[in-house]
Design a protein around this ligand. Structure first.
Ligand code: PLP
Length: 378
């Protein structure tokens, strides 16, 4: 059987990784400044994380959600403490799209309405209930015939209010910082106004922190830069450092009932062990402080490169923007300089999402390689 060929692949085969270094089958080391779309939060094969998963695997990897699992409780309590959202409840699932799917469902059940507001260039996943907008083409797969999605430009609150006034909107879903779309983000004034109009018109405010959460922005969740309290927050990627796990954080205004949500794999013993280990390492190694230190260093160091038009994003969720298509530059950085970076829908943007453990030397290596590459490509 062949693989269904949906991904263009670089001719590199990683076989091993430690912290921010990936080694391929030829023994070549690569600096990882992408974390596989922002998934590796605490560094590849972090020893405490590996030990915790191995230990759990020896005991019990999985059983049904209909049987007590104290690891889920431990994970929820740690997540509440570290994020400062102790009064929210946690529903565990296995991916970002699944988290968003459940958030949209909850919003619809709670309001008895079905229309969704999302934003241009947003990305919320690829399942049938999630909403995706890629390459500026709006791909919308509604939950049912009624659950249509309306896309609006970011930062134009009057357009959001005009839609909410119609009375049929169950929720507004927005990324803390846009990932795939190219690192655009709402202003603090916009997020605060969004919170207000959602309350006024009884629509649920969903913060998609699948990519921007877990410390990546320099706060536990990116919305925490804006002083708001969303009704629902979704998370995944960095939550498991490579183990598939997602979560829906639900504010106290929602009432749980048996059968309202459900999943087979979400919150398995193994997934919880991975999730707990990630939170322990983020806390013990003060990784959010590291994000802020290294991010400040990055913003300063990048000034040496006049070709850069702008640096977008926050913390270690960054987009370096040029005034040309960066495809050749990115390829050169990977193949010749052995540094992984990411691409975005904005073709002029190099995405930088390293493990949150990256240090200043890693940034220096990137800056040197970027300078050399820009000269060599002239
Ligand atoms: N939401 C955001 C903001 C994302 O960046 C992604 C994935 O890139 C998703 C949701 C979907 O997550 P997953 O691929 O785990 O389903």
């Amino acid at each position: 059987m062949n693989l269904f060929d949906v991904y263009p692949l670089y001719n590199i085969t990683p076989v091993k990784a430690v912290d921010c270094t990936i080694t391929d089958d030829k023994g070549i080391d690569y600096l990882d400044l992408y974390s596989g779309h922002g998934v590796i939060s605490i560094g590849h094969t972090q020893p405490d994380y590996v030990a915790k998963i191995k230990n759990q695997l020896d005991q019990l990897s999985f059983y049904s959600n209909a049987i007590q699992n104290p690891l889920q409780v431990e994970l929820a309590q740690k997540l509440g403490k570290l994020s400062g959202l102790e009064d929210y409840s946690l529903f565990l699932c296995s991916s970002g799209a699944e988290a968003n799917e459940n958030a949209l469902k909850l919003a619809s059940f709670h309001t008895n309405k079905s229309r969704i507001i999302a934003f241009d260039n947003s990305f919320h996943g690829r399942t049938s209930a999630a909403v995706a907008a890629t390459d500026n083409k709006k791909i919308v797969a509604p939950l049912n015939a009624q659950q249509a999605v309306t896309f609006l430009p970011l930062n134009q609150i009057e357009l959001v209010e005009a839609e909410l006034e119609k009375g049929d909107v169950c929720c507004v879903i927005i990324e803390g910082i846009q990932g795939v779309g190219g690192l655009d983000e709402g202003t603090t004034a916009f997020f605060q106004a969004l919170e207000k109009v959602c309350k006024t018109y009884e629509a649920v405010l969903i913060l998609d922190e699948v990519q921007s959460g877990y410390g990546r922005s320099g706060k536990f969740f990116a919305f925490q830069h804006h002083g708001i309290n969303p009704d629902i927050i979704t998370t995944a990627k960095g939550m498991g450092n490579g183990f598939p796990i997602g979560g829906v954080l639900i504010s106290p205004k929602f009432v749980a009932s048996y059968g309202l949500l459900g999943t087979t794999f979400g919150g398995s013993h193994l997934a919880c062990a991975a999730g707990i280990a990630v939170l322990d390492v983020i806390e013990n190694q003060k990784l959010i402080d590291n994000v802020n230190t290294v991010s400040a260093y990055f913003f300063e160091a990048i000034k040496q490169i006049p070709e850069i038009r702008k640096v977008k994003g926050k913390g270690l969720m960054l987009g370096v923007e040029f005034d040309f298509d960066v495809a050749a530059l990115r390829k050169k950085m990977i193949i010749e300089k052995h540094i992984f970076t990411g691409s975005a829908n904005n073709k002029n943007l190099l995405r930088i999402l390293p493990p949150l453990t990256i240090n200043k030397e890693g940034i220096d290596t990137f800056i040197i390689a970027l300078k050399e590459s820009l000269v060599e490509l002239k």
